[in-house]
Design a protein around this ligand. Structure first.
Ligand code: 13P
Length: 282
């Protein structure tokens, strides 16, 4: 079924696991991600940037996620990642996205609350869920760079106030992860995550920059309340490596399918590995 973030995170909370949220850059990645989720019997979150949504077309993405959710018998959420512009958010909600992230993390807290609440009011009226962010995640995503000097951890008391005043369904936390970190591993502040978890009392938390999180740390952050686990760069890098190889090896008049299939397989491998970890089975 095509479902909301709120629904899948409630399930994740009751099972002490996380749901994988995988960034796609094209339509061809979707079957690879959704088929693995079906095989592993877990819900899945497909997320796009505003750029990818415009490139593929919002309504096309909604239609494909709905039809694949039905075809494979798996719960699929379509989520707009790191949206800052209300008009872009409205476009996605109106097209049928079932979840939106409003990223007001660079704003003063009061502005972040006001901006997030406005998105919550609009999205909720259409039945969509909302993720907010407090604190700053470092690194690079879709060309946007956040310098290490600008990174600040999520404050636990502010998190409580933010959740109460905005009515969000999930909170992205800054605990030391960075977007786009694929050549090294992240030094996570478990201590900060524990303080946030204790303050918010079971509210679903989101980790960004999942590519840089080592396998050993995955169970630990899930046990500390992470329910949505974002992974983007790991898929992209493996897609690009496999497709570069295929394009180099195959003749120029070979069916383009033959260049795409190895890239899909590479993505499926990453997704399968991650989803197995996200189930949080000892
Ligand atoms: P990575 O690309 O570092 O895995 O981060 C993904 C993410 O957090 C999307 O918002």
């Amino acid at each position: 079924m095509y479902v909301t973030l709120r629904e899948v995170l409630a399930e994740a909370q009751s099972l002490n696991m996380a749901i994988g949220a995988f960034n796609t850059h094209n339509l061809e990645m979707l079957p690879a991600i959704i088929r693995v989720a079906a095989k592993e019997k877990t819900p899945v979150i497909i997320q796009t940037s505003e750029g990818t949504a415009s490139y593929i077309g919002h309504r096309n993405l909604v239609a494909v996620c709905k039809s694949m959710a039905d075809e494979y018998g798996v719960n699929v959420v379509l989520h707009l990642d790191h949206a800052k512009n209300f008009d872009e958010i409205r476009k996605a909600v109106d097209a049928g996205y079932s979840s939106i992230m409003f990223d007001g993390s660079a704003l003063p807290i009061k502005e972040n609350i006001l901006g997030t609440k406005r998105v919550v009011d609009y999205a909720k009226a259409a039945g969509a869920s909302v993720e907010g962010e407090l604190g700053t995640v470092g690194g690079t995503e879709d060309g946007v760079v956040v310098a290490q000097s600008e990174v600040c951890y999520t404050d636990p008391e502010q998190a409580v106030e933010f959740i109460e005043k905005t009515g969000i369904d999930a909170l992205a936390v800054a605990i030391g992860t960075n977007h786009g970190q694929y050549k090294s591993k992240t030094n996570i502040s478990f201590n900060q995550l524990e303080k946030i978890r204790d303050a918010v009392n079971g509210f679903p938390l989101v980790i960004h920059g999942g590519t840089g999180v080592s396998d050993e740390d995955v169970h630990r952050v899930i046990d500390l309340g992470i329910r949505k686990f974002n992974v983007g760069t790991d898929l992209l890098v493996n897609w690009n490596i496999a497709s570069k190889k295929a394009y180099n090896e195959l003749k120029e008049n070979a069916s383009n399918r033959n260049m795409v299939l190895p890239a899909q397989e590479a993505v499926a491998e990453v997704v399968e590995h991650r989803i197995k970890l996200f189930k949080n089975i000892a």
